[in-house]
Design a protein around this ligand. Sequence first.
Ligand code: ADP
Length: 446
Amino acid sequence: MSAKWRMVLWFTLMMLLLAAVTLTFVLVMNGSVIADPASRLVKTVADCADAVEFDHGVFEWDEMKEYTRGVYCTYYDAEGTYLRGAVPFAEPLELPLQTGSVRPVTAGGKDWLVYDSHVDMSITGFWVRGVISADAAAGPGRVILPLAWSLLPVLLLLSVGGGWLIARDSFLPLERITEAAGSISDGDDLSARLDLRRGPREMRRLAHTFDGMFARLETSFLSKKQFTADASHELRTPVAVILAECDRAKRKAETREDFLASIGVIEQQGSKMNELIEQLLSLTRIQQGTEKYPLRVCDLSGFVDACCDEFVPADERGVTLATDIAPGIRAAYNPSLLSRVMFNLLQNAYKYGAENGRILVSLFRENGCAVISVKDDGPGIPKAEQEKIWQRFYRCDSARAEGGTGLGLSLVREIALVHHARAEVVSEPGQGSDFRFVLPPVDPAQ
Ligand code: ADP
């Protein structure tokens, strides 16, 4: 059974219970204080008669009541002689004892109802007379009982109906959440949002959380889609060049030199594809965490120095490389990933730096962090592009001719994430670029 129906059932049962208790209470009270005066008089006289006992020729009056529920009771012996009890008026009532009916009398300027009951006790007997003011109790039972009978079913209906409506409204958002989640998991509509503005606060919060989750899912799906589209696009160009070159060689090449020239083009495009695939694989491995890259605290100064020594530029263009490495700096890093960072930054500095220019690699401490800086004196990067260059496949227009994959810097950013480090660029157009890789301070205990 759904939670909605359970709640409604619970409401109904509770209201039925409440109605039953109220009606029982009304019925019980009807016999005592809220009944009309005549029936209250008859019942009270009967109760008072029951309370008197006769034992070994003597009356026991312990339980006797002279006044109860608005009824005055007087007791007489079998001959009609007054024994005890109370009356609400001064002079005695000139009315013979008589069973069977409630009689109206007027005494002391007021109207009364009188009821007599004779109790037979085999050897003897006695009389109980009850007197009640005719207008003392207007008989609220006569009003309450019909009112209760007519109002309670209406209240019951209202509470069950209201409960059902509230339950339905409260659970409606859950149904929408289920639907939206269903359509997202079926892959139909990633842009589905609940956008719940009305309804219980808890549900609105839940819907809001779901909307946030849906939005993140959509972004992640879209970026995956974009990534695949970009990767295929980037691979398509070298493949097209290779196919065109093969076709050209088949149709036009005649000499060995012609063939070698075509093979050269194919080789160049092949190695471009190779580099692209390598970078893509590295990116995926790092992002998905399929390969473990443990960080170890060790000497960074020697490592950066060695990376600069070992680096062989693809095209030197008369550029010189200088270093300014502070000795004895330690940091937590993964050598294989950090050498990738050094390679990418140095390669870019050679590629985009000025011809016959100068590259300066420095390592220093700043606010406890270890900062690796690779600075060139190239054209620099416009402010508007400084954030974009870290995106996958993004290449500034000015760099299109240089050849490259557009993945180098996004790989540097991913590696920074693994190191809890920052990768940033400080650059002004015309004044070169300073790419920085900022590693967090090392715990002195390590
Ligand atoms: P790639 O170099 O393969 O194009 P990267 O991700 O390494 O890809 O770089 C992205 C873009 O950032 C480059 O296309 C280039 O426009 C710009 N860039 C990177 N390094 C430099 C630099 N040192 N000087 C100027 N522009 C740079």
